[in-house]
Design a protein around this ligand. Structure first.
Ligand code: CAA
Length: 241
């Protein structure tokens, strides 16, 4: 029987590629999204993947959203915490709102989504939680104090949950994408992207969303049962851990 997977932020960018790759691998996929109805409806029409609107920064919305998906598709066995935002600014220009929005979505969002599915995974003795962190959580990044802190926090959460889940058949891993050719990266000023960032990528190009999606499919599979608490760096050699 095919497993149920939720992908947060699963209708655009890296998340859309993950939703599609999991569907192609035989999962029943539900993609959540926060606000862009137009993109979400187009994604649903194109792929047949169900889309569900809620804000991962809102705990009760996550509880309710997950309950709705479970009623429709069955218990969630694979959770991909992909939803993330940027509010880039040099630290001296960063506002408390810039800080809070990013931490609430990128870090607290992982708590809000994982906490409601965790008891069921423990009871059933199986679960896969895959957290999409970032190269910038590993190395830091000018202009991203909020984002880098949130993504580094995701790695700490991953390592702790891996230890807590192991005896119950739950694996928890992180992927740290480098600069992938999505809207989020294209929003970086062109001069900074071309002159400061791409020259730092030894493979000489941005990554493709599908290159991250393939890592997710592997981590979700039974073949990856001995891998937990790990971080896959997929960054074209930009940062070697
Ligand atoms: N590396 C080195 N120098 C950088 C830099 C970088 N990544 N980013 C900016 N600088 C430099 C600029 O070139 C500039 O230097 P000069 O004055 O010598 O030209 C100086 O820092 C100030 O930069 P700005 O003029 O751009 O300052 P600003 O206040 O207008 O904007 C900023 C600051 C919003 C941080 C903007 O520079 C920016 O967006 N930088 C990119 C930040 C980034 O890498 N974000 C990643 C987004 S993608 C993502 O997050 C996905 C993921 O997981 C990888």
């Amino acid at each position: 029987m095919s497993r149920v997977a939720i992908v947060t932020g699963g209708t655009r960018g890296i998340g859309a590629a993950i939703s599609i790759a999991l569907k192609d691998a035989g999962y029943k996929v539900a993609a959540s999204y926060a606000g862009n109805d137009e993109k979400a409806n187009a994604f649903k029409a194109e792929t047949g993947i169900s889309v569900h609107k809620w804000d991962v920064a809102d705990y009760q919305a996550c509880v309710d959203g997950i309950a709705g998906i479970e009623a429709e598709l069955g218990p969630v066995e694979v959770l991909v915490n992909n939803a993330g935002i940027t509010r880039d600014a040099m630290f001296h220009k960063m506002t408390p709102e810039n800080w809070k929005d990013v931490i609430d979505t990128n870090l607290t969002g992982l708590f809000n989504m994982t906490h409601p599915v965790w008891p069921g995974m423990r009871e059933r003795g199986f679960g896969r939680v895959i957290n999409i962190s970032s190269i910038n959580g590993q190395k830091g990044q000018m202009g991203q104090a909020n984002y880098s802190a949130s993504k580094a926090g995701d790695l700490g959460l991953t390592k702790t949950l891996a230890q807590e889940g192991a005896a119950k058949g739950i694996t928890v891993n992180a992927i740290c994408p480098g600069y992938i050719g999505t809207e989020m990266v294209r929003a970086v000023p062109e001069k900074v992207l071309n002159e400061r960032i791409i020259p730092q990528i030894p493979v000489g190009r941005l990554g493709e969303p599908e290159e991250i999606a393939r890592c997710v499919v592997f981590l979700a599979s039974d073949d990856a049962g001995f891998i937990t608490g790990s971080t896959i760096s997929a960054n074209g050699g930009q940062f070697v851990v």
